[in-house]
Design a binder for this molecule. Structure first.
Ligand SMILES: [Zn+2]
Length: 291
């Protein structure tokens, strides 16, 4: 385990100040005692010479990177942040946080499930107020989410470095499906709040619905964009985030020295090169690293 070792290093860095402080204090006291002063007198003069314990401690801990805030670096953030499980875990936790506290969670799930193409269509009789009240019109998220999913799959298929990488496809499925379910659950949770009852002002309600549709589209586009960028930033072999980015070239040059960003898999699977023109991943075949 990495954590206990790093934690004990952090604790020993904190202890180091105390040890050094005690050493210098004793040396100063001994120096004054050698001049013939009593122990009490020597201690008082030594403490005056050394200055404030707390001020020294604060600056020493800052330099030794042993402050309480440095404890955050001790936690295995980097490994968690680069882990392939982080994205599906965040999406599933958000989904659970939206669906589970909702008293109409079964209706939310039934409406979400109606995105599946082979299920019979359920017709909403009236939009405002929503009739029947447990049905949410799903045509808008249906078109949007299926469209974005197909675009996402096409982009993965068209990315050369992902070819013949079954793990990337497994990761795509493990992240896209929960994302689509989460997006649909958001729609079926939020829309009834706007359509359940007729408001005093039809114009205001109409405006709220149009704004919601625009905000939802923007959110869905953003989520899919972030999803694809996250996919590009992963090693196709171990699915962990690539690191140690190095920038080369010039953003103004497109042909002679285009801007290139080189990252490597920190677990030794290869080198990733992104530029304006291409995305390549050179697998390191010289070493047999565990996936
Ligand atoms: Zn890797």
């Amino acid at each position: 385990m990495k954590l206990p070792r790093e934690l004990s290093e952090w604790l020993s860095r904190r202890r180091r100040f105390r040890e050094e402080w005690d050493f210098h204090r004793e040396m100063a006291i001994a120096e004054f005692e050698a001049l013939g002063l009593s122990r009490t007198e020597a201690t008082r003069l030594a403490e005056r010479r050394l200055g404030s314990y707390f001020a020294h401690r604060r600056s020493a801990l800052r330099q030794l990177r042993a402050q309480i805030t440095d404890l955050l670096d001790v936690l295995p953030w980097c490994r968690i942040r680069s882990s392939a499980l982080l994205v599906p875990a965040i999406v599933l936790l958000t989904l659970a946080a939206i669906v589970l506290p909702n008293p109409h969670r079964l209706e939310v799930l039934a409406n979400t499930a109606s995105l599946l193409p082979f299920l019979p269509n359920r017709h909403v009789d009236r939009f405002v107020p929503l009739t029947p009240s447990n049905l949410v019109p799903m045509a808008f998220p249906d078109v949007m989410l299926w469209g974005l999913t197909l675009i996402g799959l096409a982009r993965v298929a068209a990315t050369p470095k992902f070819r013949r990488q079954w793990r990337i496809w497994a990761f795509t499925a493990a992240t896209l499906v929960p994302l689509v379910v989460l997006s649909a659950a958001l729609w079926t949770t939020a829309l009834p709040l706007l359509m359940k009852d007729r408001w005093h002002s039809d114009a205001l309600q109409g405006l709220a619905l149009v704004t919601f549709c625009f905000a939802y589209s923007g959110w869905a586009f953003l989520v899919f964009k972030v999803w694809y960028r996250d996919l590009l930033s992963r090693c196709p072999i171990c699915l962990r985030r690539l690191g140690m980015a190095e920038l080369r070239g010039n953003s103004a040059d497109l042909l002679i020295a285009p801007l290139e960003r080189e990252t490597i898999c920190l677990y030794g699977h290869g080198v990733n090169l992104e530029s304006h023109w291409s995305q390549t991943f050179e697998v390191d075949r010289s070493t047999k690293w565990p996936a």
